[in-house]
Each structure stands twice: as C-alpha cells, then as structure tokens.
Write a protein that binds this ligand. Structure first.
Ligand code: ACO
Length: 358
C-alpha cells in the first residue's frame, strides 16, 4: 500500500495593527452611525495600519509566528503563497518582500489574487503543491491593508473594511489530516461587483481617474450580498461533499468575516448551530483575504478547535470568487502558547478572553 502525503497545518499566526478605529470614529468622517453599521454588518471596530506598516510588514509578523509555532526556520520554507488584493506594489509581488523580510532564502514566492477568497484559494494551491510532491513546507498568507484603498468620504465602503494578516504553515506529512475536501469557484460575469476601476491595463491611471477616485474600492453592496449568501452556502456544501462528509460531521465553521448578517444567513441555510460558527467580524471588519486565517487563529486560541476536529472554511470575494475547504486539524492548539521566548502574539486573544470572563 502506498502512503499518501498530506498537507497538515503545523503553524499558525496573525497580526493586526494596534490602531483601533471605532464606528464612532468613522462617524466623524462620513454621515453614518454606530447603530447603522452594527445593525447592517455587525462591525464595531477595525484595525488601521500605521504609516510605517504595509501589507508586507503585516504579513511578515503573522508569518514569523506561524513559523515559530511550527518550529520551522525561514530558510526551510520551500514556497510562499500570499493572497491579497492590496499589495505593497503591483510589481514585485508582496510575497517576494515577505521572503526577504523573513530571510526565506530558499523559497519560491508569489501572490495570488482571488480577493477575499485569496487565502482559501492559496491553501488549496499549497495543498496541490504538497500532495504532488513538489514542495514540503509551504507558507500560506492572507493579508490586506485595504485602508489605503478606501475612499474615506464614501460611507458605502469605508465602514466595511479593515487591515490585518493571518498565516499558516502547511507541511508534507505521511499521516492523515489536512485538507480533505475543497471547492474553488469563479463567476467572471460578476467582475464589476467589487472593483478597483482604474489603475490596470483596462483603465490606466490618469489625472482623470484619480480625480474620479477610480483607484478606490467600488462595490455594488446589495448585489454582492445576494450573490455571497447563495454562493457561500453552495461552496460549503460542495467542499463537504468532496471530503465525503455531511454538515453534521463539521465541528467548526470558519467563514469569511464580511458581515454578520451574511454569516448568519449562510448558517441558517446550512442548518448550522451558531455555537459552531466562529465570529470576530465585530473587532476587525472585513479584512478580505486575511479574514479566514485570522478567524482560524482566534478560534484555535479561544479553545474552539481540538485535534481531530473538522473545520470548514468558506470565503467569497471579488471576481466573483468563492472557495471552501474542509481541514482536519492535527496540531496541538497549545503549541501557540509554548513557542519559545513568547515570540508569538497568539497568547493575546486567549488572555483577552480570560480577562473578559474574569
Ligand atoms: N451609514 C449610513 N447609511 C448608509 C451607509 C452607512 N455607512 N452606507 C449606506 N447607507 C445608506 C445608503 O445610502 C442607503 O440610503 P438610500 O436608501 O437613501 O439610498 C441606505 O443606507 C440603505 O443602503 P443599502 O445598500 O440598501 O443597505 P444594505 O442594508 O443593503 O446594507 C451593506 C449595505 C452592508 C453594504 C450590504 O449590502 C452588504 O453587506 N453587502 C455585502 C458587502 C460585502 O460583504 N462586501 C465584501 C464582499 S467580499 C470582498 O471581496 C471585498
């Protein structure tokens, strides 16, 4: 019997900027209110990158923690896949800057653009590289600094998004676990639903595009909402079927944190009890490609995920894209707290929870 190589998650990390922007803060910029934002989205606050922080610096912090948890040196990493739609530069890839900052001198590195679905797309890509035998240690990152791409005079968009980073290390192992089912989905007919209209080859930057704000996120909120709620549920079901499971077999749901109403609606369609659904959108807003790994990391830190648990991750984003993955968790959640020299920030959510419950 041949043994199958699996891609197990052995390290995880997240990083958010320290600056908190509350709904009240935003209400001083645009005509909105805490009540409107909370009732429509569930978001109470979001993190905003400091002037000296970029997408690459956030990603590097999260990645260092993921490597520390896995006890893997940066120079052992074979490949870095970084999901983002708010890169440091169009060129070079932000993944190259992260490789530089980590000292990952033996790693191939590229960015993957599937908007909010980017992290789950990147995980599935890493899974393919590992299971085919091409690479053994793959760092998968979801990161955004969307605050730099928002029109802070447009209340339709600026209230929704936030900055952050999450990362996992996926490693080749001859033992069961890791990604056991997935679905990647794209419907390009929805390309205009969420878009940076200018700055690409279709509409190059010009004084006029800048005057019109074409370099900012534009979104048809209602269309996105309708499409997202339907497609998230369909992708979730497809991934669970691909894993040979049913919804009842899933222990924890880690959804893209765009909007509490979307999460609840998908939960209802799938008949999932909300206590199995991890939610942190109230603290971070929609961090796009970073939201799934950040929610995963906080779910682990909060003691919501144990060895042997099956986790369903589902995301939806511009394109339209959607991605879902079933992952069997194999790592000791305590590893995050045992990392040498308190290098990781992963103790923080846990400590915060303890403070709240004390
Ligand atoms: N504060 C106060 N009023 C507002 C705000 C605001 N921040 N934003 C919009 N409004 C107003 C609108 O102007 C509108 O007023 P009008 O009727 O006078 O024109 C009214 O509120 C209702 O607006 P709707 O768009 O109908 O509000 P809705 O209940 O649909 O909620 C929302 C809007 C929250 C954006 C919703 O459509 C949504 O969640 N969409 C999905 C967004 C999303 O998750 N996008 C990301 C997807 S993933 C990615 O790849 C980025």
């Amino acid at each position: 019997m041949t043994t199958m190589t699996n891609a197990l998650i052995t390290g995880w990390g997240m990083y958010v900027p320290s600056r908190i922007m509350t709904n009240q803060d935003i209400a001083t910029l645009v005509d909105t209110s805490d009540e409107w934002i909370v009732s429509r989205t569930g978001i109470r606050e979001r993190r905003i990158a400091a002037d000296d922080e970029t997408t690459a610096t956030l990603a590097t912090h999260a990645s260092r923690d993921a490597l520390a948890v896995a006890s893997v040196d940066a120079n052992e990493v074979d490949l870095i896949i970084l999901g983002t739609c708010s890169p440091d530069y169009y060129m070079p890839a932000t993944a190259a800057l992260v490789a530089r900052d980590l000292g990952a001198t033996n790693a191939a590195a590229f960015d993957l653009q599937a908007a909010c679905s980017g992290f789950v797309y990147a995980m599935a890509t890493a899974n393919g590289f590992i299971r085919s035998g091409m690479y053994r240690n793959v760092l998968v990152i979801g990161v955004e600094v969307l605050s730099r791409f928002l029109d802070w005079t447009d209340r339709n968009t600026c209230v929704l998004f936030g900055d952050g980073a999450g990362a996992v290390l996926m490693q080749a192992r001859d033992e069961p676990g890791g990604m056991t089912g997935f679905q990647l989905y794209t419907d390009g007919t929805g390309w205009e639903g969420i878009i940076f209209p200018a700055g690409g080859s279709a509409c190059p930057t010009s004084p006029q595009t800048i005057a019109e704000g074409g370099h900012y996120v534009h979104m048809a909120g209602k269309d996105v909402y309708r499409y997202a709620t339907r497609q998230l549920a369909e992708s979730a079901l497809a991934a669970v079927r691909d894993a040979g499971l049913t919804m009842d077999d899933i222990d924890q749901f880690v959804f893209h944190q765009a909007n509490l109403r979307i999460i609840e609606s998908v939960g209802k369609q799938l008949g999932m009890p909300m206590e199995k659904v991890f939610v942190n959108v109230e603290k971070y807003g929609n961090t796009s490609a970073a939201s799934v790994p950040m929610a995963l990391v906080e779910a682990v830190a909060a003691g919501r995920i144990a060895v042997g648990d099956r986790i369903l991750m589902v995301a939806f984003g511009a394109g339209f894209t959607a991605a879902a993955a079933v992952v069997e968790w194999t790592a000791d959640p305590e590893r995050a707290f045992l990392a040498p020299g308190e290098q990781t920030r992963l103790g923080q959510p846990q400590r915060q929870l303890e403070e709240v419950s004390a």
